[in-house]
Design a protein around this ligand. Structure first.
Ligand code: UDP
Ligand code: MG
Length: 323
């Protein structure tokens, strides 16, 4: 039987304006879930301060003093959203049976947590929060975000469509995650690799409660690049494809030029030059592609990802299934 201690992990970067309200709502949520008997009295909210420049950590310390359900962890410096989140998850996994990760700005609907806990209790290890619409996003954010998911798909990085980092993970899913040692971290792509039974919960994503987005365009672009390059080596393979294409074009040109020569229509010197440019170009791209293939393998090896995680073992001695 799995335990039912819940931790809600919230990465915070310069969030002093929203934190008191976030803390109030999350504290209330924990209390209602506790009195409904769904989660244990040891459940907590864990705020991770990601090296904020404002009073975020002071606010967290004060909140912790006022309410024992709220705790905090302070990173040594700003490490970015994904790393702050990982720090929180890895801290909470030792105490919790399930962890929900959520942004500090209350864009993620707190009430969807109930359904997530229900699905955990019904046996799911990972429950993805999926946004049912993007009505409240600006046109710019919506189109860029959707283009981002499409591009990820095209480049071979599997992600859950319209799922950000609002999700529940069980203890064993977190222990699986702990075995992914990579430094280039893109949680959204790694979590689906863990496996185990998973489920989704739909929710409406609202607007930021206060303050402004901590993801300016520059950070979004580098986030997207990080996502693709940390999950997939397809861009390297594309070089090979391009090489084949150019090589093929050079062959077509050679045939074309021979035909023109046979029919007596050649311009002196042009044919041999044009053919060799394409031929050599194709050859270079192909060789680069071959190097890329090996580089990609090397890159994936160097991550040292776990090759498997065992869901269940049946053995004669224990008499019952061990999870
Ligand atoms: N965040 C963080 N470190 C950073 C940037 C952001 O911990 O360097 C946190 C931020 O406090 C928030 C979450 O990541 O809880 C998502 O950021 P935000 O809401 O600004 O992103 P958006 O919703 O605009 O994409
Ligand atoms: Mg936000």
């Amino acid at each position: 039987m799995r335990g039912n201690t819940l931790y809600i992990v919230v990465p915070c970067y310069n969030e002093e304006e929203v934190l008191p309200e976030t803390a109030r709502r999350l504290g209330d949520k924990l209390r209602t879930l506790m009195s409904a008997g769904k989660i244990s009295p040891q459940s907590r909210v864990l705020f991770v301060n990601d090296g904020s420049k404002d009073k975020t950590w002071e606010v967290i310390t004060r909140l912790h003093r006022e309410n024992h359900l709220l705790c905090g962890a302070d990173l040594s410096r700003n490490r970015g959203h994904q790393n702050a989140l990982l720090a929180g998850l890895m801290t909470a996994k030792d105490w919790a049976d399930m962890v929900i990760s959520m942004d500090a700005d209350l864009q993620d609907d707190v009430d969807a947590a109930d359904a997530m806990v229900d699905k955990y209790l019904a046996g799911a290890d990972i429950v993805y929060g999926v946004r049912s619409s993007r009505k409240t996003d600006t046109f710019f954010k919506r189109t860029t975000a959707e283009a981002f998911y499409r591009m990820m798909d095209l480049l071979g990085a599997e992600t859950v469509f319209n799922h950000a980092d609002y999700r529940l993970m069980s203890k064993r899913a977190l222990e699986g995650l702990a075995q992914f040692k990579e430094v280039n971290l893109f949680l959204r792509g790694i979590v689906p690799m863990i496996g185990y039974p998973c489920d989704t919960v739909e929710y409406e994503r609202g607007e930021r409660f206060a303050g402004e987005s901590k993801y300016p365009l520059k950070k979004m672009v580098s986030f997207a690049l990080e996502g693709v390059t940390s999950l997939s080596t397809k861009p390297l393979r594309m070089i090979t494809g391009l090489g084949f294409l150019v090589f093929f074009i050079s062959l077509v040109m050679i045939v074309y030029n021979v035909v023109r020569w046979a029919t007596g229509n050649t311009v002196a010197g042009w044919a041999s030059l044009a053919c060799s440019v394409w031929f050599i170009g194709g050859l270079i791209l192909l060789s680069l592609g071959v190097i890329g293939e090996y580089l990609g393998k090397l890159y994936l090896e160097s991550k040292g990802r776990p090759r498997f995680l065992i869901r269940q073992v049946l053995d004669g001695e224990a008499g019952e299934d061990r999870e």
